[in-house]
Structures are given as structure tokens and as C-alpha cells.
Ligand binder design. Structure first.
Ligand code: G4P
Length: 531
């Protein structure tokens, strides 16, 4: 097998998703510990940024290094080269998460066993389903009182509309937690309590063995025997093909904090998930093993280093091999460029990469030329990857600079922040940036915008909230479509985004229906493909 093929085949690129506090950070940290990428727990990131909103965001801003390291992590485990895409926990930054999911080949969904499916999980999950990527479920915190496992599986199936297959099955929970039964290996991994470092020692016992009977109470043993029978009788067959098409989610129970069931999960997950997948482009599906390099930008992070005002564009390599110093073609810019200061992140360190393969994520210095969704590729390939969907914001406001003399900085600031995808900006059709309407998913994004415009661009702004709550992109061909002829309720507004696509802002779903009812040919979309 060629080196290229081997390298790519060993790659696993996935995102970890969860509702805040379910245990995403803890599990990521355990993965890194197994991979030897960090030496002790607590190194991935400091305290949560979900509770104190803005002040914490500013703190993160000060320590950009930390937030960046927690966004992409690469480490080795067995023969695998693993890229973990971390996703911001705060719901106001969920757009960032959506985009990150576009760069992943599979997702690990962490669920708190006492809470089940929570709001944020539901939202993120929708995006995974949209892409049909494999989803693996880790039901965490079994060392605490947990909900009934059957009920949890049913909830996942009903709420998320995906089949489940329990790869292992818990024996009790909380103080009564005795371990899990591995259905594939037909053995019990017994939980023996935690030591001072919160690490467990686990023993593997055959089901039916005397040792296991001694360890469990009679009731527990009998319950387990009944559960096994029930699962085998009623349960679906394990179907790897269904897993790989995102139709069936393998479920694992465990406890990340006590390190129970995490490594067995990682091992099985790595064999069940796929190496980098082919991607759609305008010239057809591009095979990851194609020797010609191609990648797309899924995240832009500005001012990672205050002193240099730099921007880093994160790209997911989709095919071939990246080599430092080699010229690539930037499709949207229409010219050949060199990717400057390519870097990869490994736990705490950023290091320059000389080569990287399909599946890897690299960050490159962005002199302000990239937008989210852009493609770069080998000049011999020239393909354009389908854009990253832009989700409809739910809060809108007009913003303008307080000091009219700062107009130029203001326009530059909002434009750059919009290019990063941190906000979306709109304007009246064909009027340029005379009036800037900002759309966001969560209130916190407005505050961050204000903070950044002041700190990075020296501009104070005035913000007036607008009554709109829904946005739809107009999908009609612009050539034979005249938006001025649309019949709309008086509180509906036509605007344009920064790529000059037309869209409508509505104050209620009722108005959307009204618009569709009164304009026969109007076609509306809930998200736009940035291309
Ligand atoms: P997140 O990234 O998904 O937001 O969650 P994180 O890993 O930070 O975990 C949230 C809280 O849940 C943390 O406690 C963490 O220690 C705890 N936790 C994670 N996994 C388990 C588990 O398997 N069992 C138990 N009992 N707790 C778990 P915290 O008090 O908020 O933070 P900390 O003081 O422990 O850092």
C-alpha cells in the first residue's frame, strides 16, 4: 500500500458534541491521556465558559491560545492518527459548532445519563443527520444516579429519529454501579471503584463465571441475565453499514470522570467509524485518496495573537497530501497562493506542519482573503466543494458607529467579523453598506461584536433591535425574478447578504406562510449554501 493511502486510511476525524456539562471536556481529556498527548487531566482547558458568558469570553479572548487548542486536537493512538474537533459549549456560538461538524467524518454524542437528550444535543444532532455521518453515543456519568437505560435508548430513538444499538449494557448506576456487560465480547467489565486520582481499575469477567456471581448481588445478576436475554431477543442486529450511513447509533455506557469504559469505547469506536470520506464538489465526488490536494475552510479565527492582528483560517483537507511551500489554487479568489505558516495543533502546542493528509485540519495564516466555505486545491484539480450552510439567525439589529468619522473602521470591522462567520450582515438591496443589519443566533454574539469592534477596531456602536425573528433565503433565479413585485405583509423586509443573495426577514411564521400563499413562484430556503 502506498504511504499516502496508509496515512489516510489511519486517520479518524470526528467531532464531540453534547449539551454543556454532559462531560465532553472530560472525555476528550481521557482520549488525549490514552494517546499520550497530555500527561495529566486538567490540561485541555480551564473552567467552563458557559456560565459567565461575556466576561468568560473576554477571558478566553485574552488567552486565545487556550481556546484555539481546544478547537482542534491531533494525537496518535494505536495505529490511528486522530483529529478531534471540539465544539464550543455555549449555545450562542452554535453556528460555530454547525460549521465544525461539516469538517468531521463522524460525531460522538455525549449524553448525561441522568438527563438524557437535552436541547443543545437535539440541535447539533440535526446537523449530523443532515450530513448522514455516523453518530456514536456515549452515555456518561453512570457513577451517578442514572435514568433507566431502556428509557434513555427510547428517548434517543424517538427524539432524534435514529436507531440505537447498545454495544454494552450497564449494571446498576450511582452507588450501585458495578460495570458494563460488553455484548460483542460477551464479558463483563467490572467497575471496582475509584482511587484518589479518580481512576478506576477494571477487571474483565466472563458472563456466567463464578467470580462474576460473587461480585454481583443475586438481584443484580438476575437483572443482568434478563437484560441480556431481552436485548438479544428484541434488539436489532448490529449493522455496520447502517452505522456508517448515520442510521444506527452504537451506544456505550460509562463514566468519563472515573475513566470507566472510555478506553473500550475509544477502541471500538475507532474500528467502527470510517477513515476520511469522499466529498461532493462541483466536478463530482472527490476521493480522499486522490493524490491532488484539496481542502475547504470551515472556521476563521481572528486576532489570535493581539500583537500581530492575525487571522487563522482552519481548513479540512479532503484529498491528497498538503506539503508546505507548495502552491495551491484558491478557487474563490481565482488565483494561486502559498499557504503561509501552516500549523497543526496538538494539545497545548501549535507547531508548523510540513505535511498533512486528507482528514487532517490545518490552520493557515489568512491575510484577509478567505471566507468560510472557500476551497483551496492543487492547481491540477480545481474543484469547488459545496458550501457550508449558513443557518438562519434569530435576532436582528441595525448597528452603526457612534462617531461618524469612524465609518471606515466600522465597515471594515463588521465585514471582517462577518467573514469569520461570527455574525451575519445584511443590507437593503442594492445600497451597499449604508445601513448594516446584523443577524445572530444568540444575544451573546451581539455583546461580543460590540466588545470586539471597540477593542480591535476602536469603534463604539449604537445598536437598535429589530422585530424580525425568522429569515429565509430566496432561492428563485435572480435573472427572472423581481423582488420589487413580491406581495408581502408590511412588516416583512427584503434584504441582501454579503454575497448579494436576496432574503426575507419575517416577524412571525404566519408571515412566511402569507408570503408563500401570495407569491406563487416564490421559493424559500431555511439555510443557504455559501458558495
Ligand atoms: P462539558 O465539556 O460537556 O461541558 O462537561 P465537562 O467535561 O466539563 O463536565 C461537566 C461536569 O461533569 C464536571 O464537573 C465534570 O467533572 C463532571 N463529569 C464529567 N464526567 C463525569 C462522570 O462520568 N461522572 C461524574 N460524576 N461527573 C462527571 P464540574 O463540577 O462542573 O467541574 P469540575 O470542578 O469537576 O471541573
Amino acid at each position: 500500500m502506498s504511504d499516502l493511502r496508509q496515512e489516510i486510511q489511519n486517520r479518524r476525524t470526528f467531532a464531540i458534541i453534547s449539551h454543556p456539562d454532559a462531560g465532553k471536556t472530560t472525555i476528550t481529556e481521557k482520549f488525549l491521556l490514552y494517546g499520550g498527548a497530555i500527561q495529566e487531566a486538567g490540561m485541555v482547558k480551564g473552567k467552563k465558559n458557559s456560565r459567565h458568558a461575556v466576561s468568560d469570553w473576554m477571558e478566553i479572548e485574552k488567552q486565545r491560545g487556550i481556546s484555539v487548542t481546544s478547537s482542534v486536537l491531533q494525537f496518535h493512538y494505536d495505529q490511528y492518527c486522530i483529529n478531534i474537533l471540539d465544539t464550543p459549549g455555549h449555545q450562542d456560538f452554535s453556528e460555530d459548532t454547525y460549521r465544525t461538524l461539516m469538517a468531521a467524518d463522524s460525531a460522538v454524542m455525549v449524553i448525561d445519563a441522568s438527563k438524557g437528550v437535552e436541547a443543545q444535543t437535539r440541535k447539533l444532532f440535526k446537523v449530523c443527520v443532515m450530513r448522514d455521518i455516523p453518530i456514536f453515543t456515549f452515555i456518561n456519568k453512570m457513577d451517578r444516579e442514572a435514568r433507566d437505560p431502556y428509557e434513555l435508548l427510547e428517548e434517543i430513538e424517538n427524539e432524534l429519529g435514529i436507531g440505537t444499538y447498545a454495544v454494552n449494557w450497564p449494571i446498576g448506576s450511582g452507588k450501585e454501579f458495578r460495570g458494563v456487560y460488553d455484548r460483542m465480547d460477551n464479558e463483563v467489565i467490572a467497575f471496582e471503584g475509584v482511587d484518589a486520582r479518580h481512576e478506576v481499575t477494571a477487571t474483565h469477567l466472563q458472563f456466567g463465571s463464578d467470580e462474576l456471581k460473587e461480585r454481583l448481588s443475586e438481584v443484580q445478576y438476575q437483572t443482568l441475565a434478563d437484560d441480556i436475554e431481552l436485548l438479544e431477543g428484541a434488539g436489532d442486529e448490529f449493522d455496520l453499514d447502517a452505522v456508517r450511513h448515520g442510521k444506527l447509533s452504537p451506544v456505550f455506557f460509562g463514566s468519563a470522570l472515573t475513566n470507566f469504559g472510555v478506553e473500550p469505547f475509544l477502541k471500538k469506536f475507532l474500528t467502527m467509524t470510517t477513515s476520511p470520506l469522499p466529498r461532493n464538489s462541483d466536478i463530482g465526488v472527490i476521493d480522499p485518496f486522490d493524490e491532488r490536494f484539496s481542502a475547504f475552510v470551515f472556521k476563521i479565527q481572528a486576532n489570535m495573537n493581539k500583537a500581530h492582528r492575525d487571522r487563522i483560517a482552519f481548513m479540512r483537507i479532503c484529498s491528497g497530501k498538503f506539503e508546505r511551500g507548495k502552491e495551491v489554487f484558491h478557487i474563490q479568489g481565482g488565483k494561486k497562493i502559498q499557504l503561509a505558516q501552516p500549523q497543526q495543533l496538538m494539545a497545548q502546542d501549535r507547531s508548523i506542519v510540513d505535511e498533512a493528509y486528507a482528514g487532517d485540519i490545518i490552520g493557515v495564516f489568512d491575510p484577509g482573503i478567505f471566507s468560510i466555505g472557500d476551497t483551496v486545491c492543487d492547481p491540477k484539480l480545481k474543484c469547488t466543494y459545496s458550501g457550508i450552510p449558513t443557518f438562519a439567525p434569530e435576532l436582528f439589529a441595525t448597528v452603526r458607529q457612534k462617531d461618524t468619522l469612524k465609518r471606515k473602521q466600522f465597515v471594515k470591522g463588521v465585514t471582517q467579523i462577518a467573514q469569520e462567520g461570527a455574525i451575519q450582515i445584511f443590507h437593503e438591496p442594492n445600497t451597499g453598506m449604508e445601513e448594516v443589519i446584523v443577524g445572530v443566533v444568540g444575544q451573546l454574539q451581539f455583546e461580543v461584536l460590540e466588545y470586539r469592534l471597540k477593542n480591535e477596531y476602536g469603534v463604539d456602536i449604537i445598536r437598535d433591535m429589530l422585530p424580525y425573528e425568522h429569515l429565509r433565503w430566496i432561492e428563485n433565479d435572480e435573472e427572472d425574478f423581481d423582488y420589487k413585485k413580491l406581495m408581502l405583509t408590511s412588516d416583512t423586509r427584503v434584504v441582501q447578504d454579503f454575497r448579494d443573495h436576496l432574503l426575507l426577514l419575517f416577524t412571525s411564521p404566519w408571515n412566511i406562510t402569507w408570503a408563500l400563499d401570495h407569491n406563487e413562484n416564490l421559493r424559500l430556503a431555511e439555510f443557504s449554501q455559501n458558495s
